[in-house]
Design a protein around this ligand. Structure first.
Ligand SMILES: [Fe+2]
Ligand SMILES: [Fe+2]
Length: 260
């Protein structure tokens, strides 16, 4: 089973790149399942159900979120309606939506677990390690399981990769918007990558208008951080999983330029 995992989609430029490039990529790369982080898909802040539908229509099968999950307030009432949108599993009890779901594909089932890190993330969630333990205890022991760890600190993501090795197919990071080059297969068969990167404009600071971010750093005054527009890429990784054992056979980083 070939699973594409896509890094944080930022605003209209990121969404347009998905719409333009993903349909062909699905064919070319013989993808069975596509999961993408959409926490910045709505103008850089959160997501809406209408935007989620747009991404599903382009060939995304499931969406994950992160620390920006609730930036679009109307989405809080919408998320429970569609199991294709996940919020981090380890958000406090009482948050709507779910953080772990098993999907059916023509190539078999695949489970996605979305987690949020705690280091340098504002302390809004429970322990991601124990949340993963609890989720894995409740899952049937078959089919690939991919874990997205939305976190700032590489140490926390790397630690989770070791912790879940032997129990999941892949642990990949998101949130920093910068793709790392540390892809590997851990000894017990889990694919690992510290960050998938960003689907959005590279001529920016993490997807935002460079001038505004510079003004913020130079003056400390409040700024409006609009989404930048130029040099748009899709970034992520393709994990090939053995559907019987759930072990990863390979992980390959992808960076696809939207030349439109
Ligand atoms: Fe993000
Ligand atoms: Fe984030």
């Amino acid at each position: 089973m070939r699973i594409l995992m896509i890094g944080d989609i930022v605003g209209g430029p990121g969404r347009r790149a998905i719409a333009r490039l993903l349909p062909q990529a699905r064919e070319r790369e013989r993808l069975d399942f596509v999961v993408a982080n959409a926490e910045n898909a709505a103008g850089g802040r959160g997501v809406t159900m209408a935007i989620a539908e747009e991404l599903f229509a382009a060939g995304v099968d499931a969406l994950t979120l992160g620390d920006h999950a609730w930036d679009q307030k109307e989405f809080i009432a919408q998320i429970g309606r569609d199991p294709r949108v996940l919020r981090p599993l380890n958000l406090p009890p009482g948050c709507p939506g779910e953080g772990c779901h098993t999907y059916t594909t023509p190539a078999g089932t695949v489970t996605v677990i979305s987690l949020l890190g705690r280091a340098f993330m504002g302390g809004i969630c429970d322990c991601p390690f124990r949340a993963a333990d609890a989720a894995l205890r409740s899952l049937p022991r078959s089919g690939p399981i991919v874990v997205e760890m939305h976190a700032e600190a590489t140490s926390e993501k790397i630690a989770l990769g070791w912790y879940l090795d032997g129990r999941v197919t892949a642990v990949v990071g998101t949130h920093t918007h910068v793709q790392t080059a540390d892809e590997t297969i851990r000894p017990k068969g889990a694919a690992y990558l510290s960050d998938l990167g960003m689907t959005g404009p590279r001529a920016s600071v993490l997807g935002r208008d460079t001038d505004a971010v510079l003004r913020k750093f130079l003056t400390g005054l409040p700024q409006r951080f609009d989404v930048a527009e130029k040099d748009v890429w899709i970034e992520g990784a393709i994990v090939e999983a053995d559907p019987a054992t759930g072990r990863a056979r390979s992980i390959r980083r992808v960076q696809w330029e939207d030349r439109a």
